[in-house]
Ligand binder design. Sequence first.
Ligand SMILES: *[C@@H]1O[C@H](CO)[C@@H](O)[C@H](O)[C@H]1NC(C)=O
Ligand SMILES: *[C@@H]1O[C@H](CO)[C@@H](O)[C@H](O)[C@H]1NC(C)=O
Ligand SMILES: *[C@@H]1O[C@H](CO)[C@@H](O)[C@H](O)[C@H]1NC(C)=O
Length: 385
Amino acid sequence: MKEKLPIRMTILLSFFIQAIGGWGVESIKQGENTSRVLTSYQVNKTTAVEGGDVYDCIGVNVQPAFDHPLLKDHKIQMEPSSLPLRSYTDFPSKNAVPQVQLPIIECPTGTIPILRNNRRYHMAEKTIDEVISKDVQQEVAGIEYRDELYGTRAKINVYEPMVKKNSKDISGATIQIHEGTELGRRDGIGAGSWVYPSYSGDSYARFHVYWVKDHGPPITTCVDHDCHAFVQVSQSVGLGGRIQPISIYNGPQYEIDVLIFKDPKTKNWWVAYGEKNTPIGYWPNSLFQYMKEKGEFALWGGFVKGPTASMDSPQMGSGHFASEGFGKASFMKNIQIVDKTNKLVSPNVNSAHPGGTNFSKYTTDGYGHNDDGLHIYYGGPGDFV
Ligand SMILES: *[C@@H]1O[C@H](CO)[C@@H](O)[C@H](O)[C@H]1NC(C)=O
Ligand SMILES: *[C@@H]1O[C@H](CO)[C@@H](O)[C@H](O)[C@H]1NC(C)=O
Ligand SMILES: *[C@@H]1O[C@H](CO)[C@@H](O)[C@H](O)[C@H]1NC(C)=O
């Protein structure tokens, strides 16, 4: 088993973790909501979800993305021209784990659900400057990949790591792709589960997609429908909603199967989920400057970030060290990449590097590679006792 030096990961992965979190925003109270975000949209139906979230169904053809200056003439693509071909069927494993449910909202045909959230309205305008974010702390544990790729897929074990409520830290389990190494000349996208109390107003694991735009300062992270960039086609998946059920330490385990891929025809970057790769939506190719054709890095695993993420660290994964293994430590498995010919294949093992930034807080273990792709356990308690 090959473990890279912690420092190496810190440098390579700094882009993503620099870009997520660290927004200087005030906390909101749980249950607070507002209709402000959607005043300019025709709302066809409003649904309150158990737990306090409220979704508005708005026309798929008039959704926020179509306000984006780069998308004025964008013609919506209602489904991918093709899904990446699977080169194998997942082996029935002895540790078979059921899929979690993404928040499903019943919107009328021709509409999509958008989460109402006071915070998101403000965040859309927020940007983070790399200079400022220098004092933002970050830690990672997982697998880093440096090679050409056109998409990636993984099964993400979903936990609800503890993050101190009054901190502005985030703890995430995500898959990410990016392109570009030079400051100001980079693009990246990702999807997965976060606990981020200062963003969502609670400590639940929520499903998010995000685009990190670094086209010269400032670096902007656009989460879900923030920045009006993501084009959603699913009439039912509620982005930003709670993932349920979540895994219990030494109890039932749940995972989510997430796929990100570039449409071979339109070159839009899609996000799909579940056994059937159900499309959620995409980032139009015209948004990107550096990731128009492919990505050259990926990261699979956990990260924590925020003003106290290293000093007074949140949990990562299950909050337990990777060596505890299945049912106790958080995993990522069936990790694959999409190659140039639009096939899901195992990543090039020589380009994959398991590791982390501080093994006294967060570890990796069980790293392996077989026909199912890569897999790894990762995580730890941080400074939680
Ligand atoms: C949030 O919005 C819902 C639906 O519009 C409403 O019923 C509820 O009272 C609101 N909650 C708060 C705290 O304003
Ligand atoms: C939404 O509601 C408006 C007004 O009731 C209606 O004209 C429109 O067709 C509806 N759109 C969809 C996609 O249902
Ligand atoms: C890792 O975390 C421990 C415990 O908080 C701390 O003492 C140590 O300095 C950290 N190491 C690095 C390389 O940051």
